[in-house]
Design a protein around this ligand. Structure first.
Ligand code: NAD
Ligand code: GLY
Length: 382
């Protein structure tokens, strides 16, 4: 087995249990993730019982399934569920496919589900684990940057409803998270950039020094310097673990992680799931949230320009698609953060400091939305 080039261990503290995030970059050789047994050896201690169901999709399976499955088969009864790839399949039909695989294998409460893939696979596997026989163990092996820095940590699981994103789900924490940086070698550049949006989000809401770090290191990250990417993933997981430990079920501070998301979900839902990637919609949404913060008087024009520059450096969109203001406001009205009919948004008091607030003039929000002439029809909830 090759010597790890990068290794970090963190712990997430939650009410149900504490669990580790292990971040590795095993080797620099091209087929490392396919040839070595590292993924399996890292997760084995967290599998209780003999039954394992690996859930993955048709894109990730040919890349990493064999490396994970074969070593596990030496110790466990392993079954596989390969789902179709795409946000449009993040639905009840796919969840039923997971239940069908569990039932066909006669697995019981001792089973451990393993999510091998991006946020879509991770969210669905977690939800299946939360609901099968009223709750079984699961492990996250995130293979996209977005899932490594965000979705695999913190226990939000679920599926979409035709009328709204992530409408059906549960809080259900994994037994461990294993992020192998080597898997990013096969990730399309557009998906890497989408993950960078969530990385930049942490800097904007929590740590302006990290923003400066990113301004220097984004080119290396985009050139797939896995050690630099590993460092960024570690920092993001630390931020997220810190927030989740304080507010596992999003009754307060966790909502800050939704910076840019209220605007972004309008874009995602309006444009149709999968057309704008989640991270791309969040990027354009963060620009809108920064513009509103500037109109309120909290950010300067230069600071908004800095937000746009860092997002553009990561090859992310900084302008939303055209959607009518009335439609956008309607979609925002379905947001989970709405309280007593008032839209609440995550805005920036300064770079590196976010707040949740409904204390803004709706006219200013309308100005931000109309700047890009928003038009459209559907509803979105998250
Ligand atoms: P994704 O899961 O759709 O993955 C993106 C694409 O990359 C897919 O085509 C996938 O098959 C492919 N892929 C995955 N790993 C690969 C690899 N190593 N090499 C090549 N291709 C690979 O998208 P995502 O960006 O990972 O996740 C987005 C989802 O995560 C959304 O559904 C969003 O709602 C959810 N999300 C959840 C949370 C949470 O807290 N649970 C947080 C943020 C986002
Ligand atoms: N991605 C937002 C959260 O986990 O709360």
């Amino acid at each position: 087995m090759a010597t790890p080039l990068f290794h970090a261990d963190l712990t997430v503290h939650t009410q149900s249990h504490d669990y580790p995030i292990v971040i590795i970059e095993e080797t620099a050789t091209e087929n490392a993730a396919i040839d070595n047994k590292t993924m399996a050896s890292q997760i084995t201690p967290y599998i209780v019982g003999q039954q394992v169901l690996i859930v993955t999709n048709e894109t990730v399976a040919p890349l990493y399934l064999k490396a994970l499955k074969e070593p596990l088969e030496e110790q466990f009864t392993v079954r596989v569920c390969v789902l179709p790839d795409g946000e449009q399949y993040k639905n009840q039909t796919s969840i039923n496919q997971i239940y069908d695989a569990l039932m066909a294998a006669h697995f019981n409460r001792d089973v451990t589900l393993i999510a091998l893939g991006g946020g879509v696979v991770g969210d669905m596997t977690g939800f299946a684990a939360a609901s099968f026989m009223r709750g079984v163990n699961f492990i996250q092996i995130p293979t996209t940057l977005l899932s490594q820095v965000d979705s695999s940590v913190g226990g939000k699981t679920g599926i979409n409803h035709p009328q709204g994103k992530n409408m059906i789900g549960a809080f259900w924490q994994p037994q461990m998270v294993l992020a192998d940086m080597s898997t990013l070698k096969t990730l399309p550049a557009r998906e890497l950039s989408a993950g960078l949006a969530e990385v930049i989000k942490y800097a904007l809401i929590m740590d302006v020094d990290f923003l400066t770090w990113l301004e220097h290191n984004l080119p290396a990250m985009m050139a797939l310097d896995l050690a630099v990417l590993g460092e960024a993933v570690k920092r993001c997981c630390e931020y997220k673990a810190h927030i989740v430990a304080q507010d596992e079920r999003e009754s307060g501070v966790r909502a800050l992680l939704n910076f840019g998301h209220t605007f972004g979900h309008v874009i995602e839902t309006h444009e149709g799931y999968g057309n704008w990637l989640h991270g791309e919609a969040v990027a354009a949404g963060m620009v809108q949230a920064a513009e509103l913060s500037q109109r309120i008087g909290w950010l300067t024009c230069d600071e908004v320009a800095r937000v746009k520059r860092v997002l553009a450096l990561a090859n992310l969109p900084i302008t939303p698609p055209p959607i009518e203001v009335k439609t956008a406001l309607g979609l925002m009205g379905h947001d989970k953060k709405v309280k007593q009919g008032q839209i609440r948004l995550i805005l920036l008091k300064s770079l590196g400091k976010a707040v949740i607030t409904s204390d803004f003039d709706t006219q200013l929000l309308t100005e931000v939305l109309s700047k890009h002439h928003l038009q459209g029809t559907e509803a979105s909830i998250f």
